[in-house]
Write a protein that binds this ligand. Structure first.
Ligand SMILES: Cc1cc2nc3c(=O)[nH]c(=O)nc-3n(C[C@H](O)[C@H](O)[C@H](O)COP(=O)(O)OP(=O)(O)OC[C@H]3O[C@@H](n4cnc5c(N)ncnc54)[C@H](O)[C@@H]3O)c2cc1C
Length: 287
């Protein structure tokens, strides 16, 4: 593990896309799971917080912290692609646009499209449950996560999958990881409350992703990756993700519409919905 405390590095990692500024104690460039585990051990010994940093484009300061900052940008290999199943296995430091450039060779793409796609990383997208103009058709990052490998704060590496409630795989998983039984029970007990209070909007990545996990329980699936997607680095460090993909549309039509007011643009966005747009973006005078 490389432990950097040089002033220039500390300054560079003191800010991100947000308005905040927090100087870290040290920065650890991550090139392996062992780097992460060593950093967690050091942090525990020295009583330091650990923050994870992807592309540093987040707008709420999630990549900042006064303890150890794990820089995931070197953990950036695309590990495998299964074209027939439309799945890719990737490390978290891969930049979103670079993933789609790679996938283009196979006429596939990863649909969630934050506007920061030229610099944000898959790990940051997972942690923020990102998506952009295309969320109107395709949904959020969490809709495309099949499997997630995570290093928990304890240093334990865990692989999270979607498990059927009636499967022996779930029984085996819960016997090794009993804490998830408690989570399952709490969600089952409170599912009506969660679903009745959740805002009925297409894109909402505030808080833990309980809506999707609860809805999936109703369909007989414990969607463990969905529990972690949107957790903003609070539940563990994502070290790889198996993502589902879609074929690149063969035809695309773009239209630009002008409105005299935001209200009129909002009304039109609703009128356009029945046409099934694949993306909607509003650009105002100062954008
Ligand atoms: C110009 C601009 C446009 C944007 N447009 C959009 C948009 O359209 N839609 C949208 O959703 N967001 C948007 N954002 C916000 C942000 O870019 C996205 O949420 C992006 O996905 C964050 O990725 P990142 O790699 O930069 O993450 P970072 O900013 O580095 O980190 C974000 C969070 O992810 C955590 N994290 C990062 N990597 C990991 C990992 N491997 N394991 C665990 N946790 C991790 C961090 O701890 C932090 O909490 C925009 C930001 C900017 C500056």
């Amino acid at each position: 593990m490389t432990y950097i405390k040089a002033k220039a590095t500390i300054t560079a990692y003191s800010s991100d896309g947000s308005i905040y500024s927090v100087a870290p104690h040290a920065v650890v460039p991550v090139n392996s799971n062992e780097d992460i585990i060593s950093a967690l051990i050091t942090a525990k010994k020295d009583n330091l917080a650990v923050s994870v940093r992807g592309g540093g484009t987040g707008l709420s300061g999630g990549a900042l912290g006064n303890g150890i900052v794990l820089d995931m940008s070197g953990y950036n290999k695309i590990l495998d692609i299964d074209v027939s199943k439309r799945m890719v296995l990737t490390q978290p430091g891969v930049i979103y646009d670079e993933l789609n450039i790679f996938l283009k060779k196979f006429s596939l793409f990863f649909p969630p499209d934050p506007s920061s796609g030229d610099s944000c990383q898959i790990g940051g997208m997972l942690a923020n449950n990102s998506s952009g103009p295309r969320s109107v058709k395709y949904g959020l990052t969490s809709d495309f996560v099949e499997e997630l490998a995570v290093i928990r704060p304890s240093g334990k590496l865990i692989t999270l999958k979607k498990l059927r409630l009636d499967s022996t795989d779930l029984v085996t998983f819960l016997s090794k990881n009993p804490e998830y039984q408690k989570i399952h029970d709490i969600l089952q007990r409170n599912k009506e409350l969660i679903l009745s209070r959740w805002p009925r909007v297409k894109k909402n990545s505030a808080g833990y992703n309980l809506r999707q996990v609860t809805e999936n329980l109703g369909r007989g699936i414990l969607n463990l990756p969905a529990l972690y997607v949107g957790s903003e680095g609070t539940l563990g460090v994502f070290v790889s993700a198996k993502l589902s993909l879609l074929p690149i549309p063969t035809e695309i039509l773009t239209a630009r519409l002008y409105f005299k007011s935001l209200v009129k643009a909002g009304e039109a966005a609703l009128d356009i919905q029945p046409l099934g747009p694949s993306g909607l973006e509003m650009v105002d005078g100062s954008t």
